[in-house]
Write a protein that binds this ligand. Structure first.
Ligand SMILES: Cc1cc2nc3c(=O)[nH]c(=O)nc-3n(C[C@H](O)[C@H](O)[C@H](O)COP(=O)(O)OP(=O)(O)OC[C@H]3O[C@@H](n4cnc5c(N)ncnc54)[C@H](O)[C@@H]3O)c2cc1C
Length: 470
């Protein structure tokens, strides 16, 4: 057997840059196909970019441009999600969506939208009169004029889902390096030599899943890029759990060319979500919220669901979509450099991630690398059970007591995650894996106990603020 040259850095088959939902799904796909994968993430935890703040809808792609790459990836992603859902323990609230029209102009667009849905293979949609909508959703404003139902739109857990993808990749040999920024690299015709903030490594191929920084990474590694990211902020309001009884379906507006518009829906955690806005901005990292926009969202919320006016708001947040100058995804293979750029995954990446990963693997197959697919891939060892609509860990006997009373998060759950294969390295990471501090008091009551339990676990201790990377 040839000896490895000790002077060279370690070599992987594939380096995936970016630990958002797309990078996590990509790591899983390439690992299952038999590649030796390393996932590199510059933040201290995964899911710290666009993937940390979305609406968490499992889209059918009914309104995607027919024939687009986005539409194909959503359809494939949606169906693979349903296939692996049980084996990976992925939470889903199968509640369906109603596209609701509020004006004559919107009513006039319904037929075209339904045609588009059918062209996209979403042929189980059903037109609804205003009366039928009111019957289905009695708390909706009586101003609703008509619409249609999309039965297979559903609600996901935006974090435990990509975590489960990555955990399965880890269980089958993927390595994850966090707080590891790819700063440069070159291809010698056989391998990439990547420079990172934690040292060099080699890889046969690079898959750029850097989200909001995808064009910049192309520039760094290829010296050119095919697209430019134009971050598009979406602000949200999260209403108290009492509001969840007011609505069952996902209430979608009639989408425009630019945005899917303001949605009202439950979350899988039992709250009600209103948002997102669509605000173009230059900053790739500023996900702050502002009072005027939140006030607008609050007005909009009570126009759609009047009883929301009496429900307290638990939290507000914003996410940044990695939009580009074109509507469709920007996935480009560079066979001569053994590199695929996965850019512009703007507003449907959570639904499409598994489909994107398959598409990229098929592109990569053309590069001529051969791996042997795993015959019996291992399943992830831990699956978070955070859905309000399933049984929860606090219902178990030996749960160690409840730490976060708003979200009913137990000590045993927190310890399991801290000792698990992907231990969070920041409070944000722990929140995404357990929901601790994400309830009504936003950590006011449990922060002390949490600081004791997590002592020594985070790069930046609780007492010193949140994430080390801000
Ligand atoms: C407001 C909003 C609402 C949305 N609603 C939905 C929805 O309901 N349903 C749905 O399906 N989708 C939705 N989306 C879209 C979805 O969230 C995105 O498409 C998805 O998160 C994009 O994931 P990503 O992995 O491509 O990017 P990211 O999550 O941004 O991941 C990229 C990662 O790369 C890392 N990185 C960048 N540069 C480097 C480097 N040089 N070295 C190492 N690491 C690097 C970043 O730190 C980041 O973690 C929504 C998005 C937003 C913002």
């Amino acid at each position: 057997m040839p000896q490895a040259d000790a002077s060279l850095p370690e070599r992987y088959d594939v380096a995936i840059v970016g630990g958002g939902v797309v990078g996590c799904a990509m790591a899983r796909r390439f690992t299952l196909e038999g590649a030796r994968v390393v996932l590199l993430e510059k933040a201290v935890d995964v899911l710290d970019g666009a993937s940390k703040g979305n609406s968490a809808i499992l889209h059918t792609g009914f309104d995607a441009p027919p024939g687009s790459l986005e539409q194909r990836c959503i359809a494939e992603g949606h169906s693979e999600f349903l296939e692996i859902r049980e084996s990976l323990g992925l939470p889903l609230l199968q509640c369906s969506a109603i596209v609701a029209a509020w004006s004559d102009e919107e009513v006039a667009r319904l037929d075209g939208l339904m045609e588009q849905a059918r062209a996209n293979g979403v042929d189980d949609i059903a037109p609804l009169s205003a009366d039928e909508i009111r019957q289905a959703e009695p708390n909706l404003s009586s101003e609703v004029r008509g619409g249609f139902r999309v039965p297979r739109e559903a609600l996901m857990d935006p974090w435990s889902t990509p975590h489960a993808y990555l955990l399965q990749a880890l269980a089958n040999g993927t390595e994850v390096r966090r707080a590891c920024e790819v700063t440069g690299g070159r291809y010698d015709g056989n391998s990439w030599l990547l420079e990172t903030s934690t040292g060099p490594l080699r890889a046969g191929s690079v898959i750029n899943c850097a989200g909001l920084y995808g064009d910049l990474l192309d520039q760094r590694l290829l010296g050119k890029t095919d697209f430019s990211i134009r971050p598009r902020k979406g602000q949200f309001l999260v209403f108290d759990k009492a509001a969840a009884q007011l609505v069952t379906s996902i209430i979608l507006p009639v989408p425009t060319e630019k945005t899917k518009g303001i949605v009202v829906c439950r979350t899988i955690f039992g709250n009600v979500l209103v948002g997102p806005t669509a605000e173009e901005q230059d900053s790739r990292s500023d996900s702050s919220t502002d009072r005027a926009t939140l006030a607008h969202l609050q007005r909009k919320a009570s126009e759609i669901l009047p009883d929301l006016a009496d429900v307290p708001v638990t939290a507000a947040y914003a996410g940044l979509r990695p939009a580009s100058e074109q509507k469709d995804y920007r996935i480009q293979a560079y066979p001569e450099r053994s590199y695929v750029s996965v850019g512009g995954i703007r507003s449907t990446g959570l639904s499409a991630a598994l489909g994107i990963a398959r598409h990229v693997f098929n592109l990569h197959r053309e590069f001529g690398h051969r791996y042997e697919a795993l015959a019996q891939p291992a399943l992830p060892v831990t699956a978070a059970r955070l859905s309000e609509y399933d049984s929860r860990a606090w219902e178990e006997k030996a749960n160690g007591g409840i730490v976060c009373h708003c979200e009913l998060v137990t000590r045993a759950e927190i310890e399991r995650v801290l000792q698990g294969p992907l231990p969070p390295r920041s409070l944000s990471g722990l929140k995404r894996q357990t929901r601790v501090t994400m309830g009504r008091c936003q950590g006011f009551y449990c922060a002390g106990a949490l600081a004791r339990i997590t002592e020594g676990a985070f790069d930046c201790p609780l007492a010193e603020g949140e994430d080390a990377d801000g």
